[in-house]
Design a protein around this ligand. Sequence first.
Ligand SMILES: [Cu+2]
Length: 295
Amino acid sequence: MRRPSSAFLRSFVLASLAAAGPAASAAAQAAGAPKRAAGAPAAMPSTTVPGTVTINAYDYFYDSPNPIAGGVVTIRLVNRGQDFHNVWIVKIDEGYAFSDFMRAMGPGRALPGWFTPLGGPESPEPGSESRLTVELPPGRYALACLLPAAAHGTTHMAKGMFLPLTVTKESARTTPKGDVPIRITQDGFVAPEAVNAGTHLLHVYSESPTPRGFRLARLGDGKTAADAQAWIAGGQSGSAPFVLVGGTTPMAQGGTVWMPLSFASGRYALLPMGIDLGSGELRYQKGTVATILVP
Ligand SMILES: [Cu+2]
């Protein structure tokens, strides 16, 4: 049995890849990165947290362990590409296979009733990582990135960004206790208006009848949620008035996820994300944008 320790929370940093794990350190050293000076404080090794599964995202494929042990699992998404990537975790009902999932996805198709979207870590900036904790019962799963590809009308999934995943027996780990509750509603969010600076564990629950998620964005100095919405509605050209710091891909009604986040002083916005059935892409949605002030 475990609870999120302070080590767990501290380990969430927008770390340089050199601090992200042995493989990354080796890669960074191979690339000529300086070694840490003797006596310097060691970076918190993120692999010490039981139940953490690291998924590496590249342009345009994943590298993930398979199978994994179920129960309360923390997904650590490391973006090793140049593009943005996320992970959409889908549980496939008994009697259906990964090949059915592949056939079911694509432009102009309704989401079938035999799978359950559970959310997943949203796009970390290239070179950084994001984390999300979710309860995964044993069974068959699919992982996919539905972000639109640069070539119009395709998704990262269509370019190869998907994997089957088998989840084996559940561990006895307990669900974490979040301190920032966020409710996803049919057309918006219920979130605290303000939180103190520092590290928090977001507890996200969805009551939306259609699968929805959000990107958590830190607004630029002097920028507002209206600026973010105008940039999205205006075709997302030019530099964004925000930086993405986390969030979850769309989750089904009744779903729950937790995510550790380090809040600095400023204003944050929850930008609604959903699956556009016409294009099969995961996109910003219309709807209310919630903001959280960090004084
Ligand atoms: Cu992607």
